[in-house]
Design a protein around this ligand. Structure first.
Ligand SMILES: [Fe+2]
Length: 193
């Protein structure tokens, strides 16, 4: 007699993306200690295509953050302190400071569009050189690891920007992953010829 086998995945259907699912994916990607760049690359791959809906993120963010007076909200700190997840809410045109971090960072855009500029310090240490830009639509996940992670992120709209930032540190203990902010003149690249 012919029998039919049904896989568990076919019975239950694809897992609905959620914040808890995102934390589980990060946990899996960071389980094996490795170089920061290797870890953040694994986190980016682990989160791609599995981002929670913006509505779920916004439900976890207090009203004052949704309205833009205090734009960031820590959503999760892993019990062993290995990573933390922060939601950042931005109105169109709002920008972060130019800053870098003490650890690796992965960024997932779940609503709106983000424009990221990356910089390096010039030889004098008194000016910033613009080294690259990228524009990320909702659904994009990117990541980077120090050193060389000086950046600024601007929300381009057209609606409220919602992004999730994953840091490889315990924000309950250290409070903030920003290493330094840079209030320096920015030198734009120029064409030769
Ligand atoms: Fe940052």
């Amino acid at each position: 007699m012919k029998t039919t086998q049904t896989s568990r995945a076919a019975v239950t259907g694809p897992e609905t993306p959620s914040l808890e699912g995102m934390y589980a994916a990060i946990r899996a990607a960071t389980r094996i200690p490795a170089d920061w760049q290797v870890v953040v690359d694994a986190v980016v791959v682990g989160l791609s295509g599995k981002l929670p809906p913006a509505d779920e993120v916004l439900r976890e963010v207090p009203a004052q953050a949704r309205q833009g007076s205090d734009r960031s909200q820590v959503l999760h700190v892993e019990p062993d302190g290995s990573f933390s997840v922060v939601a950042l809410i931005s109105r169109p045109g709002q920008a972060t400071s130019v800053h870098d971090h003490t650890t690796w960072c992965a960024v997932a855009v779940v609503a709106g569009t983000e424009y990221e500029e990356r910089f390096s310090l010039d030889e004098s240490g008194q000016a910033l050189l613009l080294t690259g830009t990228r524009t990320d639509q909702a659904g994009t996940v990117s990541g980077f690891a120090p050193p060389g992670d000086i950046h600024r992120v601007t929300s381009l709209g057209p609606s409220v920007g919602v992004s999730l930032h994953v840091y490889g540190t315990d924000l309950a203990r250290i409070g903030n992953s920003v290493r330094r902010t840079y209030d320096l003149p920015i030198v734009e690249p120029y064409e030769i010829g």
